[in-house]
Design a protein around this ligand. Sequence first.
Ligand SMILES: CC(C)(COP(=O)(O)OP(=O)(O)OC[C@H]1O[C@@H](n2cnc3c(N)ncnc32)[C@H](O)[C@@H]1OP(=O)(O)O)[C@@H](O)C(=O)NCCC(=O)NCCS
Length: 175
Amino acid sequence: MARGEHKIRRCGAEDFDAVRAIINDGAQAYRGVIPADCWHEPYMGRDELAAELADGVEFWGLAEDGALAGVMGIQDRGAVALIRHAYVRTARRRGGIGGELLAHLERATAKPILIGTWAAASWAVRFYEKHGYRLVAPEEKDRLLAAYWRIPARQVETSVVLASPRYFAQDHRGG
Ligand SMILES: CC(C)(COP(=O)(O)OP(=O)(O)OC[C@H]1O[C@@H](n2cnc3c(N)ncnc32)[C@H](O)[C@@H]1OP(=O)(O)O)[C@@H](O)C(=O)NCCC(=O)NCCS
C-alpha cells in the first residue's frame, strides 16, 4: 500500500492517549489467543501505562501523516535492554512498520536486547525471528523474566523470551 509521509519519533506526554489507543487496538490480536484469564479489557489501562513510563519504558512511534500508526517501547535494565509493548494498528500491520520501529530501537542501544511475549502469539515470535532474534530455553526464560521484568507469575508461565544475536554472542547463562 502507498504510504504518506512517515517518520519515527520519541513519544511524549502529549502522546499518552494515542500510545494507549494503539496498544489497545493492537492487543485485540490476543483476544481468544492468549489464555482467557490473562485477557482483560482495556488491555492497557491508564494507570498501568503511567506506571510503565515511571518505570523507564521509553516509547517511540511511527507517525504517518502526523498520526501514530505503531509504537514500541524500550527499557534499559542494566546489562540488557528490553523491547516492551510493540504494537502496530490492526489496519496497518504487515506493512513494515514494526520492522522499522524495531530497527530504530536496535540502533539506539549497544546492549543485548530481550523481548518477552505471549507464547501463544506465534505471529509475534515469527516477527522477531525474522529480525534475527531467537527463543531462549524455558529455564533461561524463567530466569530472565524474574531478573528483568516485573510481571505476574501467571504471565511468566505463559510467556516466551526472545534474544538478539548480541545476547547469544555474549554468554549470559552463568547469570
Ligand atoms: C508484531 C507486530 C508489532 C509486527 O509489526 P508489523 O508492522 O505487523 O510487522 P512488519 O510488517 O514489520 O513485519 C511483518 C512480519 O512479521 C511477521 N508477522 C506479523 N504479523 C503476522 C501475522 N499475522 N501472521 C504471520 N506473521 C506475521 C511475519 O514474519 C511478517 O513477515 P511477512 O509479512 O514477510 O510474512 C504487529 O503485527 C502487531 O502489533 N501485532 C499485534 C500485537 C503483538 O503481537 N505485539 C507484539 C508484542 S511483543
